[in-house]
Design a protein around this ligand. Sequence first.
Ligand SMILES: [Zn+2]
Length: 479
Amino acid sequence: MAKDKKLVEAITSMSEDFAQWYTDVVVKADLIAYSSVKGCMIIKPDGYAIWENIQHELDRRFKETGVQNVYMPMFIPESLLQVEKDHVEGFAPEVAWVTHGGLNELQERLCVRPTSETLFCDFYKDIIQSHRDLPKVYNQWCSVVRWEKETRPFLRSREFLWQEGHTAHATAEEAEERTIQMLNLYADFCEEVLAMPVVRGQKTEKEKFAGAEATYTIEALMHDGKALQSGTSHNFGTNFSKPFGIQYTDKNNQLQYVYQTSWGMTTRLIGAIIMVHGDDSGLVLPPRIAPTQVVVIPIQQRKEGVLEKAAEVSERLGKVARTKLDDSDKSPGWKFSEAEMRGIPVRVELGPKDIEAGKCVLVRRDTREKIECALDDLESVVPALLEQIQKEMFERAKAHRDSHIYDAHNYDEFREIANTKPGFIRAMWCGDVACENKIKEDLAVTSRCMPFNDQEHISDVCACCGKPAKKLVYWGKAY
Ligand SMILES: [Zn+2]
């Protein structure tokens, strides 16, 4: 038992120190290792398998909307990066440069892509000539580099994995439609697959993407009450097509600029899954994203027939769920805590007495509830249980999120909430960046988004300056 205890004691409790808890889970659940390059991480098999599931499911959903995958080079010539002014200003401070090729200094520095708008624009300029060439709905799966000063596994690292979609359209309406379509796709993915409720909305001018006309975002609330931007979709209008000269001839033989969008989701999502669902025993994975959904753990496995039966059960379950058999020579107690640490949604416990009685015990990772199940019923009970867990995990996360949304009607209330209640703060805003800056400076919260579905007027005046209010804004401390 002493050994079993050790695994759980290896992680700091959430209430004691959330940041340390997070780091402990990331390492003890075997998701990452630190690398010799500061600020970069090695994603281990258990971590990468989660990313692969995210990738497969997102990619499937993308393709249903007509997205095609391409691959662009990882280097951007300096002159190309500088074509769009806001864009270069936004990214310059965190760009990594290649100055040499072999022993020779390059005539022009190359930046390692922090994002690929400029490359796609340069490409689209060449391949789009006529209205018949539109729309272009391309996406690439790749890594990008941003030289961040402070890094944390999954949440902020100097190199991270993502997808970036880049589209070109004939009309402004079509571009706006695509921008919103992708944001909704992201939101549905988070809610249906990651069991993570999100607020859909628009970023303020101050918080929008460098070079965008409008940025839309989905914001999730982590267990500690901090927000995490979980996916963004940008409408560029003609902000890039004009400086890059991406034009097409329309049906009347007139030259027109294309309207563009871009949208991305990253390995940050893995950090979000950990911080929305995890507990003091480690990771808790929603079944739809869990690389292993069921682990079969034999009890007294040296007794005759136990391992054989466990293997048989595991094989049967393997046809209806992603199943693993843990037949290692560790103690069952150790295997239980390991399965808990790794967040496997259901474990099946199977000992000699169970086998004799033709049953086994199913244990839910999320609630630890134990359920007796006849061996004959496993193929129907387990998939239904996984679906139930998925649904209840979403409901729990939503209840937690909803109970951490607070309304501030004036600045005193705003200050009081920001200082004492972790969560989202709903407050009216006049639209002036001066108020946004003041709120950030005074209260250390930023505007997360102006929600689409929640634009009720909770007051007529800006909670900061008292002038007439334009928008309801969700505010919060953010990762
Ligand atoms: Zn104001």
